[in-house]
Design a protein around this ligand. Structure first.
Ligand code: DGL
Length: 257
């Protein structure tokens, strides 16, 4: 089979990767995608790096056995920081695209600005983020905050309402008013972006890495001659959870604009 006709796997610990899948299907509407959320093992953030690496490698191996993917998008900042090098070594030369907090984009758009990065504890403690923060410079003031509770809200599909609002208001109260940007450094967080944007106010820009990751995926497929020659656009949703509601919710989240 022509490798270009094979699907692209999109992997996350749970529902978060759907925010990336949305951008991928916009950027590459003719491609076939298999979305896999490891909801049975979510959240990844509080786990050890080794556990996250193992879960990511094992899940990708099972997906490869079933789908022989032509490329994989690790639509999870946490799994990217824990496993991207190992995945690239294992699947070379196939493109393995990761995601990282959009801190560089935030610093480019707000030189010297005050930027808050929201992510998981693993993303923030890993070397990859330290390197990113060290390179950003431009005299920005960068605040970081691990928010495991926010992942849990999204996994429960509690995307707005008084409890989410109280949590986010409390979180923002710890930082100076008038932040220039908030980086959504976990793919679950764009699902609470409307509430966060309202609380942060119109002068704070919310940024995430989903669109950049989708563009990067297109570039990598093009470079390796892997763009689908004939459009298809099939979408398969998979989850490690035995609860059928989980897949139904994934579809709903994907279809919600
Ligand atoms: N969605 C994931 C990320 O982008 C992680 C959420 C979690 O499982 O803790 O980091």
């Amino acid at each position: 089979m022509d490798p270009a006709l094979r699907p692209i796997v999109v992997f996350d610990s749970g529902y978060g990767g759907l925010s990336v899948l949305k951008e991928l299907t916009r950027e590459l509407p003719g491609e076939d995608f298999v979305f896999f959320g490891d909801s049975a093992n979510a959240p990844y953030g509080p786990r050890t790096t080794e556990q996250i690496r193992r879960l990511t490698m094992d899940n990708l191996a099972a997906l490869d056995r079933e789908f022989s993917f032509k490329a994989a998008v690790i639509a999870c900042n946490t799994a990217t920081s824990a496993a991207i090098e190992d995945l690239r070594a294992r699947y070379a030369p196939r493109p393995i695209i990761g995601i990282e907090p959009a801190l560089k984009l935030a610093a480019d758009r707000h030189p010297g600005g005050r930027i808050l990065v929201l992510a998981t504890q693993t993303t923030l403690r890993e070397e990859k983020f330290a390197q990113l923060a060290a390179h950003v410079g431009r005299g920005c003031t960068v605040y970081t905050r691990a928010c495991p509770e926010l992942v849990e809200f999204v996994e429960r599909m509690e995307l707005d309402g008084p409890r989410v609002e109280a949590y986010l208001a409390d979180l923002l109260a710890a930082y100076p008013a008038g932040l220039d940007a908030i980086v959504l450094g976990c793919t679950h967080f764009p699902f609470v972006a409307p509430t966060l944007a309202r609380l942060a106010g119109p002068d704070t820009e919310l940024l995430d890495g989903a669109a950049g990751t989708a563009r990067q995926t297109r570039r990598r497929l093009f470079e390796q001659g892997l763009l689908r020659p004939t459009p298809s656009g099939r979408l398969i949703f998979r989850s490690s959870s035995a609860d059928p509601q989980v897949l139904a919710r994934a579809r709903t989240l994907f279809e919600t604009p």
